[in-house]
Design a protein around this ligand. Structure first.
Ligand code: ZN
Length: 297
């Protein structure tokens, strides 16, 4: 793409607008990345060359498991220069959406090369972003997709990638320190949907959840009763609300199980910009600090 001076200036103003982590303003001339959900959009914003406009299909506090694409979203996809998804079966709706929209470009998969966790239901667990060491892989994959799409900006993409990886590594070290200060036997918590197994495996926390790996179905009464018995038997320290889930189930389990609500964890979506988890790194930081505080108490 060749830019004249006027277009370059327009790109400059987009860059300012894009300082907002989830800029949604449409700019006719800017290259566009459409990410499937808010966390990926934030990573893309950190890693993209200046002037690229990044938007998310599923925004802050919204549940990508049950997302239903609108015609306007389809149009946005059709006009994208690059589409970015998590993969691991997270976006069950993306294949059909791409087909219907007529988008012909690359669909880059951020989790490419990550070996998925599986479990009792033989489902693939898509929540790999909850482990910072796997988020490194996300960042590397996203940068590679950008370099392929915008080879002239190779150096800038590499620079931004190196900076972001350093920040991921720094936070990973801190999370290990915060949770390492809690005795291992106290690191047992409950969340409403099973989104934290990668986090738990990476940082040594046992997560129990009544709802399974997606949010399509309500947990059975038997599953809830089993969980309440387990809270009492195993000495679960805290239960957390999730930003994408109805809090009533968690509140009921807390009441019946006699366990404290430790706060809100951000699982599959960022908070609004003025909330505690407006970027991917702040989300992990908020979750880790909240867990460490609740489990230590
Ligand atoms: Zn989820």
């Amino acid at each position: 793409m060749t830019l004249n001076r006027r277009q370059t200036l327009q790109l400059g103003s987009v860059a300012l607008a894009a300082l907002h982590p989830l800029a949604t303003r449409a700019q006719a001339s800017a290259p566009r990345v459409v990410a499937s959900f808010s966390l990926l959009a934030d990573m893309a914003q950190e890693l993209a060359p200046v002037g690229v406009q990044v938007t998310a299909l599923v925004g802050p506090n919204a549940d990508a498991h049950v997302y239903e694409p609108s015609p306007a979203d389809g149009k946005r996809l059709a006009q994208a220069d690059l589409v970015l998804i998590n993969g691991l079966g997270f976006e069950g709706w993306i294949e059909r959406m791409v087909k219907v929209s007529g988008y012909r470009g690359t669909v880059a998969v951020a989790s490419q090369g990550i070996r998925a966790r599986t479990g009792g239901h033989h489902d693939t667990d898509p929540h790999a972003w909850q482990d910072l060491t796997l988020a490194r892989r996300y960042a590397t994959n996203i940068s590679a997709a950008f370099t392929q799409r915008w080879p002239a900006q190779r150096d800038e993409i590499a620079r931004r990638g190196a900076d972001y990886l350093a920040r991921i590594d720094g936070l990973d070290k801190q999370v290990r320190e915060w949770l390492g200060a809690v005795p291992r036997a106290q690191r047992r918590v409950i969340t409403s949907h099973d989104a934290f197994n990668y986090f738990g495996a990476a940082y040594g926390v046992d997560f129990l959840a009544p709802q399974g790996w997606n949010t399509h179905s309500e947990p059975s009464a038997a599953a809830v009763a089993r969980l309440i018995r387990q809270i009492k038997k195993d000495g679960v320290r805290a239960i957390f609300i999730e930003n994408i889930s109805d809090p009533r189930l968690v509140e009921r389990i807390a009441r019946e199980g006699g366990v404290r609500i430790g706060g809100t964890l951000y699982s599959d979506a960022l908070s609004k910009p003025d909330g505690p988890a407006p970027t991917y790194l702040r989300l992990i930081e908020h979750n880790a600090r909240s867990l460490a505080a609740a489990l230590q108490a």
